[in-house]
Design a protein around this ligand. Structure first.
Ligand SMILES: [Zn+2]
Length: 282
């Protein structure tokens, strides 16, 4: 799947797609409630009210940068809490290469935040060691986000993610820590969007009068556009996360802005009463 935003092109590369079994992340999104939002069907939910989600990367090509935004789960990672995320052996790098983006052609890796399903392919296992998957890239992590997880990865699952997917990049001096509102290129500016994690950032793209926003995990699913208070079970600050959703969606609603989530497909935001709904883009 590919979209154009002025001179910038966006390509989605999928690692994993799921239907249903999402209550662990969105406990309030039960089927009865989802069926009250018919605009979710068929793109974002089944007609039984099961949510469709994915874990994917977005390749952002500007005139002089080739950027991978978020890097999924990765292969061979141990100690993950969810069985399907543990010790994977998936074809993500082959998929990425077949889409025209061999890993050595990537010059920038950008993580919206440092959760397990956004940093996995930062590294790959090579001879028993974790090495950078993208050997020619600078890796950009939010400074606030990085410092939080450096100091607070106390749980075994968090410690595993930090040790195998973040620390090796920092130790190899391949990482730049950026401000949450940093300007990366003429076209790309980060937007500070805390709540899901302490230093979470969105990616704002403007080129030739066209606009897109990559929302990361500000919302895990478009149902949270109708229910801004449906914070996810892993939001570090659920109240802040709801406030960030309202602020971000208000800014981009009823505009031609292309919106793409960290776990859902492209669409446009529309105001709907006191909240929002989402219209899929083909
Ligand atoms: Zn997350």
């Amino acid at each position: 799947m590919q979209w154009k935003v002025g001179k910038v092109s966006l390509t989605k590369v999928v690692e994993l797609e799921t239907v249903g079994s999402t209550r662990f992340i969105l406990p309030l999104a039960d089927r009865q409630e989802i069926l009250k939002l018919p605009w979710l069907v068929p793109h974002f939910a089944t007609d039984e009210g099961r949510l469709k989600m994915s874990i994917h990367s977005l390749v952002v090509e500007t005139p002089n940068r080739r950027i991978v935004v978020d890097t999924g789960l990765g292969n061979d990672k141990q100690g993950r809490g969810i069985p399907a995320w543990n010790n994977r052996n998936g074809p993500f790098l082959e998929t990425l290469t077949a889409a025209g983006f061999p890993p050595d052609s990537i010059n920038t890796v950008l993580c919206t935040h440092l959760h397990v399903d956004h940093v996995g392919w930062n590294t790959r296992l090579d001879g028993g060691k974790w090495v950078a998957t993208f050997p020619n890239a600078r890796y950009l992590f939010g400074k606030a986000e990085y410092e939080y997880w450096r100091d607070h990865s106390d749980q075994p699952a968090q410690a595993a993610v930090f040790e195998d997917s973040i620390k090796p990049i920092v130790d190899a001096s391949m990482c730049d820590l950026i401000a949450s509102d940093a300007r990366l290129t003429d076209e790309i500016t980060m937007l500070s969007a805390p709540g899901h994690s302490p230093g979470h950032m969105c990616v704002h793209i403007v080129s030739d009068g066209e606009e897109a926003v990559l929302t990361g995990d500000v919302a895990h699913h478009p149902c949270q556009m109708a229910h801004l208070d449906w914070s996810s079970a892993v939001d570090s600050d659920p109240v802040q996360s709801a406030a960030t959703r309202r602020q971000l969606f208000s800014r981009f609603a009823d505009r031609p802005t292309l919106v793409i989530g960290g776990h859902f497909d492209a669409g446009h935001l529309r105001r709907d009463g006191d909240a929002f709904r989402y219209v899929a883009v083909a």
